[in-house]
Design a protein around this ligand. Structure first.
Ligand SMILES: NC(=O)c1ccc[n+]([C@@H]2O[C@H](COP(=O)([O-])OP(=O)(O)OC[C@H]3O[C@@H](n4cnc5c(N)ncnc54)[C@H](OP(=O)(O)O)[C@@H]3O)[C@@H](O)[C@H]2O)c1
Length: 395
């Protein structure tokens, strides 16, 4: 269903939209296709998937970034050059139906673009994160759960995304609030969980398909019944473009459905898809901790479901599903992630040829990097050490 101007007036109570007092942006909340979409960013991991989805749906796309990350991408699209911390002049005197912002780490930085664009775009779509919640203690928690806070003076001292560190969640919460203040009733916030699938530079999800496909005895965290949650980057991209098309002006958790994916399901799916002979050895959380194996960083996609994480993997996505989020089967994500691991690097990947020198970083083998757990996961020697200790412990 398209969100018409009349529905927008009714939904937001924005009676000022009628008559001669209608603000300039009111005509940008318009029904019909195609949309003119401005991406702030668009060339990292999530961005290219959204851009491709938007182009495939017939929308007109403009990219704004510094031209540093994967500049070879999208030669046929309009590209504006500038810097979120500096020159925004390329955005002046232009008009778009929607702006989709991924570079959303520092409230003041995002406020600059929101202020500049507020009369020239209909909708501001903020890519946030489920890390805005201070904990996951409550199974089934939804978008109305309290948000993480931080001291004002600490927030004021953070000027760049590189300084965000442990305040990632509360800073994102502040970004959300800032845009909502600047463009009330015209902001859509999407809070993804762990974004996974082809092109994921973090290797967090990818560790498991690669590890299980290698076979042998696999060290697995705690219990096969512990929940995990993640969203395929392609499903997320598609949902975000749907939010633009349907003019959703609300906040969504965007993740796989709550309490549907267990670690057991994930690892068994990896085994089935890769036709592996791996055996899965589940080792209690306390034993892992005693032996220096960390949740999330080593045992990726997993956190022990206790205390503040008692509801981990159980964040509600009902609102997003009602609004058009569709999650593909886990098998597809695992299969396509494995295919991506073994394919030659593509231009949009961070291990693709360096555009300046034209050289491919050595080794270009992603599988090798992931097996060694350079970015996430457990290195083979550590896994063998802990498995040996576990078997000795069990006698
Ligand atoms: N990965 C996860 O599991 C996860 C989970 C939850 C939420 N998220 C959120 O999802 C989003 C993912 O973003 P992404 O990195 O994949 O997005 P992206 O839009 O694909 O890439 C980031 C873009 O920002 C641009 N950029 C960087 N510095 C800039 C600057 N100073 N001025 C202008 N543009 C700049 C980069 O281009 P240039 O370098 O050329 O400027 C690039 O195009 C983030 O908001 C993240 O917090 C991620």
């Amino acid at each position: 269903m398209t969100f018409t101007r009349r529905q927008f007036v009714l939904t937001t109570g924005a009676s000022v939209l009628t008559g001669a007092t209608a603000p300039a942006w009111a005509r940008l909340i318009r029904a019909g296709q195609p949309l003119r979409i401005l991406f702030l960013g668009g060339t990292g991991f999530l961005g290219p998937h959204m851009v491709r989805d938007a182009v495939a749906r017939g929308h007109t796309v403009t990219l704004f970034n510094r031209g540093k990350t994967n500049p070879q991408l999208f030669p046929g699209l309009e590209k504006l050059t500038g810097d979120r911390y500096g020159d925004l002049s390329a955005l002046e005197n232009r008009e778009w139906d929607v702006v989709i912002d991924t570079f959303t780490y520092v409230p003041d930085t995002v406020a600059r673009t929101a202020e500049l664009l507020k009369d020239h775009v209909g909708q501001y779509l903020v890519i946030s994160t489920v890390s805005v919640y201070p904990d996951y203690a409550t199974p089934g928690m939804d978008e109305d759960a309290p948000l993480a806070e931080m001291p004002d003076d600490v927030a004021a001292g953070i000027k760049t995304h590189g300084q965000v560190g442990q305040y990632y969640g509360p800073m994102k919460a502040r970004v959300e609030r800032k845009v909502q203040e600047i463009m009330p009733g015209r902001t859509c916030v999407v809070r993804p969980g762990l974004i996974v699938g082809p092109g994921d530079p973090s290797d967090r999800f990818t560790y498991w398909p690669v590890r299980v496909s290698r076979g042998g005895e696999v060290l697995c965290p705690n219990s096969p019944d512990d929940y995990t949650q993640s969203i395929d980057v392609r499903d997320l991209a598609s949902f975000i473009i749907t939010c633009a098309e349907k003019k959703h002006m609300t906040t969504f958790n965007a993740d796989s459905p709550a309490a549907t994916r267990t670690m057991g399901l994930l690892l068994e799916t990896c085994r089935a898809v890769s036709r592996s002979d791996a055996t899965l050895t589940w080792v209690p959380a306390a034993f892992l901790a005693e032996h220096g194996v960390g949740a999330w960083q080593h045992m990726t996609c997993w956190i022990a479901p206790e205390g503040p994480y008692a509801g981990f993997g159980q964040v509600s996505t009902k609102r997003a599903m009602a609004a058009g989020l569709v999650c593909r089967p886990l098998e597809d994500t695992v299969r396509d992630t494995l295919a991506w691991v073994d394919e030659k690097p593509r231009p949009e990947d961070d291990d693709a040829p360096d555009p300046a020198s034209g050289t491919v970083p050595v080794p270009p083998d992603r599988r090798d990097r992931i097996v060694r757990a350079e970015r996430a996961g457990l290195p083979p020697h550590k896994e063998a050490e802990v498995l040996k200790a576990w078997h000795e412990h069990k006698g």
